[in-house]
Design a binder for this molecule. Structure first.
Ligand SMILES: C[S@@+](CC[C@H](N)C(=O)[O-])C[C@H]1O[C@@H](n2cnc3c(N)ncnc32)[C@H](O)[C@@H]1O
Length: 398
């Protein structure tokens, strides 16, 4: 794919005024969801009246800023600091073939924009997705994203690759669907953004980007895609939904096409049963990983079974994962010991200890957290070794 435009065109509410959410449009989506969602509706995490129960009026008037922590996470929406930039840069320097990082390092250009930490996640995603992308047919590249939030990545692809990108966003949360449409329409006034609930047809001749609810996608879709993407979204879904979407990705991705998945595995503990014919090209934690087991995985849809070859990358990842848990465990042990020692001082009458204990209080769950994470890695390794054994027995039979 050829870089034509830039990433630095992000619309930010702060600078451009609020997006006015169309309540009647949201109502239409909720009506359709209630009648037709079937298996594919959003889970409890996205029960917005429950989330905002302390302020019931709020849920009627959710702003883009209210939704942002749900889409990108509380810490990722924070403004970029030099320290975070350095942390991401170490990883990005190796993979930034599109040179998207440079403007972030330029204080003068950067000064005009409010940059969030999540924008560096976008730099990772766009670089890694395009590094493995193979497309041959004509000028267009067909991209499918499930659970794309407000359009963080769609915005990057439409901005950087201009009219090369043909982008579909699938979602099940009415607020995400409507905001993605309003956000992208406002940010790209000269581009054609289509929306199922505005009566637009799902047609890439007319539209560059099309936003559609998950439960309507299969009946409307007649395209195959160069890449299928899911970032921080399947992790929140029910197991049968993850199974369904992995098989959907397999059906609608072109042969030789790419599948890009980035989800936390230890926090949510879901099974990702990837088709055996997906060849694993990349699996690593990245600076965006918010738990030790939160990798980006890149696959290529192949013609034959790649389960055996995939184990090489899986095993390497497993080694790194064990080391990450070990580091995490040691760090938490240090905190626990320090807390114990301050508690002793406090019981001996050292009042000053109180302040330090309060500071360490935020790590209160550290011990429980560590045990929980250790369990996750043991379970993960057990499954992995079982798979390895199965594959070697199968290959011995041949
Ligand atoms: C945490 S946000 C991540 C947004 C985006 N991928 C990003 O990284 O900026 C999760 C996204 O998945 C969507 N989502 C949640 N549950 C879903 C479901 N069951 N089916 C489809 N989309 C879902 C949400 O509406 C939201 O867009």
């Amino acid at each position: 794919m050829e870089k034509r435009g830039s990433l630095i065109r992000q619309f930010r509410e702060k600078e451009n005024g609020p997006i006015h959410i169309a309540r009647d449009l949201i109502g239409t989506v909720y009506d359709d969801l209630e009648k037709h969602q079937g298996l594919l509706g959003p889970g409890e995490v996205w029960d917005l009246p429950a989330r905002f129960s302390a302020d019931p009026e709020k849920v009627e008037n959710l702003t883009f800023d209210d939704m942002l922590p749900l889409w990108v996470g509380g810490s990722a929406r924070r403004e970029l600091t030099a320290e975070v930039l350095e942390h991401y840069s170490r990883f990005l320097r190796e993979i930034d073939h599109l040179r998207l990082l440079a403007p972030f390092l330029d204080a003068e250009i950067g000064g005009q924009y409010t940059r969030m930490i999540t924008d560096l996640g976008t730099v990772i995603d766009v670089n890694l997705i395009t590094r493995y992308l193979k497309h041959s047919e004509g000028d267009h590249i067909y991209i499918l994203e499930l659970g794309g939030g407000y359009g963080r990545l769609a915005e990057a692809f439409l901005g950087i690759f201009e009219n090369q990108a043909k982008y579909v966003m699938l979602d099940a949360v009415p607020e995400s669907l409507v905001y993605a449409y309003l956000y992208l329409s406002r940010n790209f006034p000269d581009r054609r953004i289509g929306f199922y609930y505005s009566g637009h047809d799902f047609d890439f001749v007319t539209y560059d980007c099309y936003i559609v609810p998950t439960w309507r996608f299969e009946e409307l879709n007649r395209y195959t895609f160069d890449v299928a993407i899911n970032i921080n979204s399947m992790q929140e879904m029910k197991q049968e939904q993850i199974d369904y979407y992995l098989s959907l990705f397999d059906r609608v991705t072109k042969l030789g096409g790419e599948i890009y998945v980035s989800n936390s595995r230890d926090y949510y503990q879901k099974e990702f049963r990837y088709p055996k014919r997906w060849r694993l090209l990349f699996k690593q934690n990245t600076p965006r990983s918010w738990t030790p087991h939160d990798p980006i995985e890149v696959f290529q849809k192949a013609e034959r079974d790649y389960d055996r070859e995939n184990l090489d990358i899986e095993t390497q990842y497993l080694r790194e994962l064990c080391a990450a848990y070990e580091r995490d465990y040691q760090e938490k042990r240090k905190i626990i010991h320090e807390m114990q020692s301050w508690n002793r001082k406090l019981s001996e009458g050292n009042i000053a200890a109180q302040a330090r204990i309060r500071e360490l209080e935020k790590w209160r769950g550290a011990q429980a957290g560590t045990i929980y994470l250790m369990k996750a890695v043991v379970e993960f390794s057990r499954r992995q070794f079982k798979r390895m054994r199965h594959i070697s027995i199968e290959s011995m039979k041949k």
